[in-house]
Design a protein around this ligand. Sequence first.
Ligand code: FNR
Length: 189
Amino acid sequence: MTTYQVGYFVGSLSTASINRTLAKALIRLAPDDLAFTEIAIGDLPLYNRDLDDAYPPAALALKDAIAASDAVLFVTPEYNRSIPGALKNAIDWASRPWGQNSFDHIPAGVIGASIGAIGTAVAQQSLRAVLSFCNARQMTSPEAYIHFSPETFAEDGEVLVDSTREFLTNYMSEFRDHIERVLTVLPRT
Ligand code: FNR
């Protein structure tokens, strides 16, 4: 059995992040042939192209972590109807230096949780536009806009509502199939 290495981004720096809880739930519900490693974004300085010839260690570690991944999964909140700045900053670092875009052809998934009713839909559209420019191979269906409540998710990532558990299990199964399809025609080198 091939195991696919999934590097996942949590778009929130908060220690109480509901998106980190969602990430835990996704890992619990994922098929057995997916292995997960978080790609940390909290220690990155702000992107500055003056450093393109001398990437700081945190940015090099970021690019190494993506290179070691078969696929990436973005689990993100919505900030002011867009991508949280910390996550956009990480994407900017990973996309450069010019010609060394870490996301080129990588299988990618996008999901997010919000306390608001639309469940990060606007942020996800914004993120999808960015990932499209970065030439990531996104799973476009199913979409997943998660309205977070403590009645649905326990802190350890257990999903307490059957319909939500089934939905997220299917999302991760589809993501696994998407990874396999993309890597069949675009193997990671
Ligand atoms: C928010 N929140 C929010 N929610 C939403 O559905 N749409 C939005 O545009 C915003 N905007 C926004 C901006 C800022 C700066 C903050 C701090 C929050 C609320 C957000 O969904 C809530 O704080 C989540 O708990 C954030 O996710 P994490 O950090 O808990 O993963």
